[in-house]
Design a protein around this ligand. Structure first.
Ligand SMILES: [Zn+2]
Length: 326
């Protein structure tokens, strides 16, 4: 009982910013109900699969291929439910790797407008993916617009559609609402987190950094500088710590805005920070700029490391007002 209450409170608090006050209680009810179901299923699965605990780090998993195939077909089905415009922007950004500045030029729009449209398209895709995952038809015509409003955190629309009432009466939407909020980071909404485990994540981190920099109005040169520092740090994580995360956030100090990147890993740590920050020292293969390069590129750079525990790098680039006649 304690676990369910604690977990329910944690989830309600995490979703608080995205729901109306009077939706909190119904949301808590459906969350607790879903948690009970999940707990029961987990217990049951553990009992049936007890023997599997012996297979620690099973090297080959023949089901991985099947899972990847299934995942692809789910995403395809979800994409098919979106409008051509939403599909186009998601594919251009996520698959072709175009950043918001490039997309704004292509569609004669602004990076901020493109970013907003991307966010809406992602919110819809999340819903369609979960619907495909459930493998069932939506029970009512109200379900889709309500789920989309919940996914986008659009509180005005939630109220218009009376999402509160619907969540209590529609078990399908109650379940999906729980899944929609499950993957939401509890951090500030402007924070963007990228898990870094492989080369593809380095690319994703760099692209996200470039996007945020362009939304903040950084010059093309600064956007490249920021992207370079990010990929350097992310590659360090992949090469040395194997996995970690990058959190990027917009910061503001005395009227100046900037982009802050915090890179954390749980790797072996760096024994000699002084040495690691000297020119010519590169932590992986001697190819890149290394930490000294990042320090030079960014306005602020700080590193802390603990042997056997991990390393945290915090770096910030400030957006300077463009110099010119005033
Ligand atoms: Zn529904």
């Amino acid at each position: 009982v304690d676990d369910v209450v604690q977990e329910t409170l944690a989830r309600v608090l995490a979703a608080r910013g995205r729901l109306n006050e009077d939706e909190l209680a119904p949301y808590a009810v459906v969350t607790a109900r879903n948690l009970m179901t999940t707990l029961w299923q987990t217990e049951d699965r553990r009992r049936r699969h007890n023997h599997r605990l012996i297979e620690v780090d099973a090297p080959v998993r023949p089901d991985e291929q099947v899972i990847a195939e299934e995942e692809r077909s789910l995403v395809n089905r979800a994409l098919a439910e979106l409008s051509p415009r939403d599909r186009e922007i998601l594919v251009a950004h996520e698959v072709e790797g175009a950043d918001t500045a490039a997309l704004a030029r292509r569609w004669n729009s602004t990076p901020a407008a493109v970013a907003a449209q991307l966010a809406r398209a992602r919110a819809k895709l999340r819903v369609e993916y979960l619907v495909a995952l459930e493998g069932a038809e939506l029970p009512t015509t109200q379900c889709r617009p309500i789920l989309r409003a919940l996914s986008a955190g659009d509180r005005r629309r939630q109220q218009e559609l009376d999402a509160r009432d619907h969540l209590l009466r529609c078990p399908f939407c109650a379940r999906l609402a729980e899944l929609l909020f499950e993957h939401r980071p509890a951090s500030r909404p402007s924070d963007k987190t990228v898990r870094v485990e492989g080369d593809a994540d380095v690319v994703a981190a760099r692209r996200l950094g470039r996007d945020l920099a362009s939304e903040l109005g950084f010059s093309a040169t600064d956007r490249t500088i920021i992207a370079t520092a990010i990929s350097e740090i992310a590659r360090n994580i992949v090469g040395f710590a194997e996995r970690g995360e990058l959190v990027m956030s917009v910061v503001e100090e005395s009227g100046e805005r900037g982009l802050r990147i915090v890179a954390r890993d749980a790797g072996p740590g760096i024994a000699d920070l002084q040495l690691a920050q000297q020119d010519g020292y590169s932590t992986y293969g001697g190819m890149g700029l290394g930490l000294p390069g990042c320090r030079r590129l960014m306005d602020e750079f700080d590193i802390t490391s603990e042997i056997g525990k991990g390393t945290t790098v915090t770096m910030t680039k400030w957006r300077r007002p463009r110099a010119g006649p005033s």
